[in-house]
Design a protein around this ligand. Structure first.
Ligand code: NI
Length: 208
């Protein structure tokens, strides 16, 4: 089991575009294994390879209530529909969440670990997670989608979705071990840097 450290904002690898995978060779398979181990350790919903410093177009998702983690190689959004507001967090922003706009459903084409070409239409958390993670592969972060006048807030254990969330109630920060993040995956300095960077970007709410 290899858990890799997760990069936090403002690491510049998070702003780079990842490169398509050409062959699912041993190196790619090893990377996918490490991504699964890291996502599990982090109790996260999704992880893009950039977040552990590898610029390859690979995403691993662990959606609650699904039996297995899913792997998306070279995922591409073919179609989006609808729009909703959701609360969202990210493993590269441990402890923070904000309100963003996401699609109601997305159709995604990708390659699975066995090399099979797959096309799926996703809704709810799966749709949100796919948009979030495919953004990562393009150097886009969820803070880029923060609603106007919305800022990031420090997640607290009893955090509940924002009152103006729509019917689909999705709260990434409440899954697994509550809103606590696994400090083992981050150095203290990186987490301090994150706070500093967020306040400099003027997207941090004052702690209530
Ligand atoms: Ni993320």
């Amino acid at each position: 089991m290899t858990v890799r450290p997760i990069l936090t904002f403002p690491n510049n690898l998070l702003r780079k575009r990842a490169i398509p995978v050409k062959n699912i060779d041993d190196e790619v398979k090893g990377l996918i294994k490490d991504m699964r181990d890291t996502l599990l350790e982090a109790s996260g919903i999704g992880l893009a390879a950039n977040q552990i410093g590898v610029l390859k177009r690979i995403v691993v998702l662990n959606i609650p209530d699904q039996v297995e983690m899913s792997v998306f190689i070279n995922p591409e959004i073919l179609h989006k529909s609808g729009r909703r507001e959701v609360s969202e967090g990210c493993l590269s922003f441990p402890g923070y969440s904000g309100i963003v706009n996401r699609s109601v459903s997305v159709t995604v084409r990708h390659i699975d670990e066995a090399g099979g070409k797959i096309k799926i239409t996703a809704e709810q958390l799966l749709s949100q997670a796919l948009e979030h993670e495919i953004d990562h592969l393009n150097g886009i972060l969820f803070i880029d989608h923060l609603k106007e006048h919305e800022m990031l807030s420090l997640s607290v254990p009893d955090y509940r979705p924002h009152s103006h969330d729509l019917n689909v109630s999705v709260d990434v920060t409440e899954e697994g071990k509550g809103s606590e993040f696994n400090e083992k995956l981050y150095t203290k300095i990186k987490v301090e840097d994150l706070k500093e960077a967020l306040s400099r970007a003027h997207i941090l709410k004052e702690a209530e």
